[in-house]
Design a protein around this ligand. Structure first.
Ligand code: HEM
Length: 150
């Protein structure tokens, strides 16, 4: 029972946090920032800062969720030895990109930031690459298990 519930919760937290963090940043890139820029006017920066301040606690919560559930997932695979060596290399690339997403995303949501648009573009690009690497890790893991069973 415990063997099922904890990995299940970790997976749920990981996916929900990834959706919150990356979805929020994607929404900013395609809707929030371009719409504000189009509207123009003197209040543009302060409205943008107010939206960023609202999203910031959710960004931090999602970051914590990704780190805790991600390290748990990784530790579990390492302990069970159920992944091939390439898995660890892909994980290394993913982790470096995740650090980029966390650091630049954190800076982008700070008040009075004139470079917000460019920083959020970088975060979304890295985030999309991370999704690709995560899928690769999953396929590596599953095919390793299938081969081990035969
Ligand atoms: C922006 C940050 C991140 C995003 C968008 C992200 C996204 C994802 C997604 C979509 C999956 C596949 C979930 C599934 O099929 O169960 C996944 C799996 C995983 N993630 Fe992340 N993740 C992020 C950060 C992290 C971090 C910081 C760690 C480690 C500390 C981590 C470790 C893992 C591990 C070990 C898996 C399991 C892969 C497998 O199926 O073998 N992730 N991640």
């Amino acid at each position: 029972m415990f063997d099922f519930v904890v990995p299940y919760l970790a997976r749920y937290i990981h996916i929900a946090s990834a959706i919150t963090l990356l979805g929020g940043m994607f929404f900013a890139l395609i809707a929030w920032l371009p719409a504000l820029q189009k509207a123009g006017g003197a209040g543009e920066q302060s409205i943008s800062d107010a939206i960023a301040a609202r999203f910031r606690p959710w960004f931090l919560l999602a970051m914590l969720g990704l780190l805790l559930s991600g390290f748990y997932n990784y530790y579990r695979h390492v302990q069970l030895k159920d992944v091939p060596p390439l898995y660890h290399m892909v994980f290394g690339m993913k982790f470096l990109l995740a650090l980029h997403v966390f650091a630049v995303g954190f800076l982008a949501l700070k008040g009075g930031n004139a470079k917000r648009g460019r920083q959020i573009t970088g975060v979304v690009i890295s985030g999309l690459v991370i999704i690709g690497l995560s899928g690769w890790m999953r396929v590596l893991h599953l095919s390793f298990l299938i081969h081990a069973a035969h």
